[in-house]
Write a protein that binds this ligand. Structure first.
Ligand code: ADP
Ligand code: MG
Length: 701
């Protein structure tokens, strides 16, 4: 594989934590649980909050519930047995008294708290049997030097991990910080870039974050809005942006098949359709056609709201490769969706003499071997499947175009591995990614910096907007009645079942119970059930019968969330809608309103609603526009939900938060361009510092 010239040498500060004084293998292991492997990771492990130990609160002023530093002289230390063995230490400072209570202690501690010793302690005061007390305070002798140093700035509290105390973490971060301040951590951002964004230097930022002065704006620090954190977030966002840009450069340097045929197959497919393309479909197809004609791989993302007709755009794009005798792979995130795509593609392509193969995980035995053979020999022109397409033994004769549907379920890695599937004679396939998650422009430019973006911003004509109603769960009877009348009028309905906890096991049980209850209540209707745990054949059978209209009401878990297309279905009921993200609700709602009949979506909620839940449901009620929903989702829940949490590296950033720091994105984009043009030597170390070389560029089987 083509590799960028990146020096493998570790930058100065990326040393293993074991290089720090006193860190052995055991501690290193525990730190790993916090994602800390290098001294640099320690520096980027930001405090979650701060405690003010710079001020010593007189004991007489201490209030219950207050977390404070206090100082006093030990008056009495005794071991008593009150239900369990414990050590009580009474201190006083002239203004009042305080009891320190220890359930775990040793003889040495007891001696250390001998009468007359001055100690400084920190902890939360609460009411005890004999006045205020602190259980297990942090404490040290007041005259020790450590106490005085700690009091110079606010005390950072780091995310907790088993077996590493806050004190130890503070000390380790302190060591790394001192080394950084002494030139161990190069500032990779040229001052010119920072001045533009008015941000402090890296070391300055780290010192502020880990050792804020006593008068620092704590609220801003905790919220991550302090310029010091913004400096770090800026650098992190920039590194991610650069890594995607490099990825893109890498791929686009490689040769691909220029697919610039006459378009006869495309014309024939278009002619066979009962409708004509929307203006937006036509425009996006033109963008795709131009990319495909290039001798370098297309890297294009098509965003379009649910129901805008992306599948057809994919099929028309495919004609350009098929016409040249080359292959196309279409990948879907679920088997359900892969089946649906396979059906559509067969319906469209087979009459034109084009062979479509379907390759999902459950295809076994002879059928699988035959399908694989067809793909390897180039007999199948279009191959539709799931992740199964990534498997190593799947070989293509001449894969020229990879289409990924509903991209938010796929990661960058997966796309990379698929690109390598196609590589034949050094040719890398074109990539087309389709997503129904419309995301705001600045976010798209960050999350998809490796892709060009096309938008289908128009729905096929004749659709009536879905009417969304928010209903309390105790009005279920009315909802059942609505299902009855819709289905008796010849339409079909979905009922999406609640999410019970985040427990993987539960949703299908709930679905089974709901299906049984509804079948009981709606005896005149045919009720079907699909959930992720069903055997694939049963699932497929139910879906087929629903599509054919043999099932009136389909009870489902969120497996039907993505892409399912049954135009006769006009009613969508979603239980526990208050628990779902907006993007998901919008996807689910997109299952109806796909045909000529007016459709509704009923969002059932369980009272009481939180403010946030109330707002989210209101967004759903008030708009059908996927972009508007996405913008609100970004504001209300942050980008994780919007982009799909796990797969995007963006959701795993250490410091930056895409919604909080969204205003930095335009500056980050400018900085990325400038850095590439003016300071190219900083690019690779930056990416390595924040993104990690292996992670982005490593190949995944
Ligand atoms: P999505 O963009 O959500 O994947 P689909 O590709 O499933 O949408 O399309 C939704 C429905 O609209 C399908 O039934 C499809 O056949 C139909 N469709 C697509 N394009 C058009 C068009 N230009 N005019 C009318 N119907 C269309
Ligand atoms: Mg779709």
């Amino acid at each position: 594989m083509h590799r960028r010239a990146v020096s493998p040498a570790a930058p100065a500060a990326a040393r293993p934590v074991t290089s720090l004084r006193g860190v052995g293998a055991a501690l290193a292991e525990r730190l790993r649980a916090l994602g800390v492997e290098t001294t640099q990771d320690l520096l980027f492990l930001l405090p979650q909050r701060y405690e003010d130990r710079t001020r010593v609160v007189p004991l007489g002023e201490l209030m219950p519930g207050q977390r404070a530093s206090v100082e006093g002289e030990v008056l009495l230390t005794e071991v008593v047995f009150r239900g369990r063995r414990q050590m009580l230490c009474r201190i006083g400072d002239g203004s009042g008294f305080l009891t320190l209570r220890f359930f775990y202690f040793n003889a040495q501690q007891q001696q250390g708290l001998a009468r007359g010793t001055r100690i400084r302690c920190f902890g939360e005061a609460r009411r005890g049997p004999t006045g205020l007390e602190i259980v297990h305070p942090e404490y040290r002798r007041a005259d020790s030097r450590a106490a005085e140093v700690a009091a110079e700035h606010l005390t950072p509290i780091y995310p907790a991990t088993e077996g590493v105390t806050q004190g130890r973490l503070r000390q380790l971060v302190g060591l790394a910080l001192d080394a950084a301040a002494n030139g161990d951590l190069p500032d990779l951002l040229p001052p010119a870039l920072l001045d533009d964004a008015r941000l402090p230097s890296l070391v300055e930022a780290l010192l502020t974050v880990h050792r804020p002065p006593a008068d620092a704006p704590v609220a801003a620090l905790v919220e991550g809005r302090h310029p010091a954190q913004r400096r770090l977030a800026f650098e992190e966002l920039l590194a991610h942006q650069l890594s995607l840009k490099l990825l893109r450069q890498d791929i686009q340097r490689e040769p691909s098949w220029p697919l610039a045929g006459g378009g006869a197959l495309r014309q024939r497919l278009l002619a066979s359709l009962p409708f004509s393309l929307t203006g937006a479909q036509r425009r996006v197809l033109e963008e795709i056609r131009r990319d495909l004609a290039q001798p370098h791989p297309m890297l294009r993302l098509v965003q379009g709201d649910v129901g805008c007709g992306k599948t057809l755009v994919a099929a028309l794009a495919a004609t350009h490769a098929v016409e040249q005798g080359l292959q196309v792979a279409l990948m879907a995130p679920t088997e359900l969706l892969a089946d649906q795509h396979a059906q559509n593609f067969k319906r469209w392509f087979e009459p034109l003499g084009v062979v479509v193969a379907s390759l999902t995980g459950r295809l076994t035995g002879k059928a699988r071997a035959a399908a694989l053979e067809g793909v390897a020999q180039g007999h199948a022109s279009v191959v539709v499947g799931t992740h199964a397409l990534f498997q190593e033994h799947v070989r293509f004769a001449s894969l020229a175009l990879v289409i990924v549907d509903e991209q938010h379920r796929f990661g960058v890695h997966q796309r990379l591995s698929l690109r390598e599937k196609g590589a034949r004679d050094g040719q890398v396939p074109h990539q087309l990614i389709m997503t129904a998650t419309p995301i705001p422009r600045t976010l798209a430019m960050t999350a998809y910096a490796d892709l060009d973006v096309s938008v289908i911003d128009e729905l096929p004509p004749g659709r009536t907007p879905v009417k969304t109603v928010v209903i309390a769960e105790n009005r279920r009877d009315e909802v059942v009645q609505r299902i009855r009348s819709a289905c008796l009028a010849g339409r079909q309905a979905y009922w999406v079942c609640p999410l019970i906890d985040e427990n993987e096991e539960m949703p299908y049980q709930a679905a089974e119970e709901t299906a049984a209850t509804l079948a009981e209540a709606l005896r005149e209707l045919k009720v079907g059930l699909v959930h992720g745990r069903m055997p694939p054949a049963a699932k497929e059978d139910t879906m087929r019968r629903f599509k054919e209209g043999q099932i009136d009401l389909l009870v489902a878990t969120t497996v039907i969330e993505v892409g399912v297309d049954v135009p006769n279905a006009t009613l969508m009921v979603i239980e526990n809608a208050e628990r779902m993200g907006l993007a998901q609700l919008h996807q689910l709602r997109g299952r109806v309103g796909r045909g000529e009949h007016a459709s509704s979506c009923l969002l059932l909620y369980r009272a009481p609603l939180s403010m946030l839940a109330r707002e989210r449901l209101a967004v759903m009620r008030d708009t059908n526009d996927g972009f508007a929903v996405a913008r609100r989702d970004l504001e209300l829940r942050g980008p994780g939900e919007l982009l799909g949490t796990r797969q995007t590296g963006l959701a795993q950033m250490r410091v930056a938060d895409l919604s909080r720091d969204a205003d930095l994105l335009p500056k980050v984009q400018v900085a990325a361009e400038r850095l590439l043009a003016e300071w190219p030597a900083s690019v690779a170390p930056l990416v390595r510092r924040w993104v990690g070389a292996a992670e982005r560029y490593g190949r995944v089987g």
